[in-house]
Design a protein around this ligand. Structure first.
Ligand code: NAD
Ligand code: 89V
Length: 344
């Protein structure tokens, strides 16, 4: 079998999951890795047996020999690295958040289009098993036409120990975590045309907001609430579970703690558990996210082979990223923000 060859840039906290995900795919091999930190390069290179190691992305691309690049660095480097991939005509995956600004994200989509390369944003939350289960119920028509929804992530988990940079940015929860929840809202309820948001910083030791409440008007008439918090101290910590509530014309759906799904319709109430699989390399409580990494990477490999645009392409993710931008603008101004004005 001829394997698809990949290179990975950024061997930090989260990239280890991505390396495991690639290792699980029989037809993909990561042939080279890059990190400007030699220690991270050594740790990940040794763990996954990758011989070709680079401290500079320019040197990695100059040597070439791979069919795609997986960019797993933090947001500040995303635009430059996608532009570098495009200049070498190498298909690229870029971690979320897409870019520091919407203007950067638009420029990245344009450069990929001009180069004729596929660009996928690693927006993995919609690939979580419980979220896929919710989507399947909606698509089945069991609760009729949805008219109201809520996507909720409320936690007191210490994310800063694993990802210390999250405590330092002027923007925090909407850019880092709300971006996933907003994408889930788009996945379940369709594109949104207007956003109204309120934010707060509760934790005095961080720079950005750690609580946000967003109201979305979806194009098809659905109203949704997307609420996120890292300042919520519950008796049982739910990290990293997303809860979903949907009211439809024929019934309701509730995804709650421990992945319990309740679907109520004209024929009665069905309760099930839609828990993620615990992959051999995964660890609780991260296994839900880790499985979604494996699933989105499988999706990329399939779409790359078929020559089809991935579901969370750069073009698609502009619409999620615009919701992030809109939420910050709305929280700052107190006004409702129109998405079309941002995407124009
Ligand atoms: P990290 O800081 O632990 O790792 C980033 C690594 O990239 C570091 O080792 C750094 O040295 C390297 N790097 C940065 N710029 C570079 C460059 N120009 N060239 C080479 N190496 C470079 O960060 P992390 O926590 O692993 O997060 C990385 C990205 O993953 C972020 O965008 C974050 O938002 C995202 N993330 C996504 C999920 C998810 O579920 N999708 C979860 C966690 C983190
Ligand atoms: O998915 C993420 O981007 C992570 C976390 C779930 C911890 O917020 O930063």
């Amino acid at each position: 079998m001829t394997k698809t060859k990949g290179a990975l840039i950024g061997c930090g906290f989260f990239a280890v999951n991505q390396m495991h995900g690639w290792q699980d795919l029989a037809d993909v091999e990561i042939v080279a890795i890059c990190d400007r930190d030699p220690e991270r390069l050594r740790v990940v290179g040794d763990q996954f047996g990758v011989e070709r190691r680079y401290q500079s992305a320019e040197a990695l691309f100059a040597d070439g020999g791979f069919d795609f690049v997986d960019i797993a660095t933090t947001v500040g480097s995303h635009r430059a690295l996608v532009e570098l991939a495009a200049s070498h005509k190498v298909p690229a995956i870029c971690q979320k958040p897409f870019a520091p600004t919407l203007a950067d994200a638009k420029a990245m989509v344009a450069v990929a289009d001009t180069a004729g390369i596929p660009l996928m944003i690693h927006e993995n939350f919609r690939w979580q098993t419980p979220i896929l289960a919710v989507k399947a119920v909606l698509d089945s028509g069991a609760i009729g036409e949805p008219f109201w929804g809520r996507v909720s992530f409320r936690s007191g988990f210490d994310v800063f120990s694993g990802q210390p940079y999250l405590a330092k940015g002027k923007r925090f929860i909407i850019e880092d975590l709300g971006i996933h929840s907003l994408d889930i809202a788009r996945f379940l309820f369709g594109d949104a045309s207007r956003v109204t948001a309120r934010t707060r910083r509760v934790n005095p030791d961080i720079a950005g907001e750690d609580v946000a409440t967003m109201l979305l008007d979806h194009d098809n008439g659905i109203t949704s609430i997307v609420d996120v918090s890292y300042a919520t101290k519950l008796p049982e910590e739910p990290f990293p579970e997303t809860f979903v509530e949907i009211d439809g014309t024929r019934g309701t759906l509730r995804l709650g703690k421990d992945y319990k799904l309740t679907v109520h319709g004209p024929d009665g109430t069905v309760q099930s558990v839609v828990a993620p699989n615990l992959l051999p390399w995964a660890s609780r409580p991260w296994h839900n996210i880790q499985e979604s990494v494996a699933l989105i990477q499988k999706h990329w490999a399939e779409r790359l082979a078929e020559g089809r645009e991935p579901d969370t392409s750069g073009r698609d993710n502009l619409k999620t990223f615009a919701l992030v931008e809109a939420a910050y603008l709305s929280a700052e101004s107190g006004e409702t923000v129109v998405i079309a004005d941002l995407l124009a």
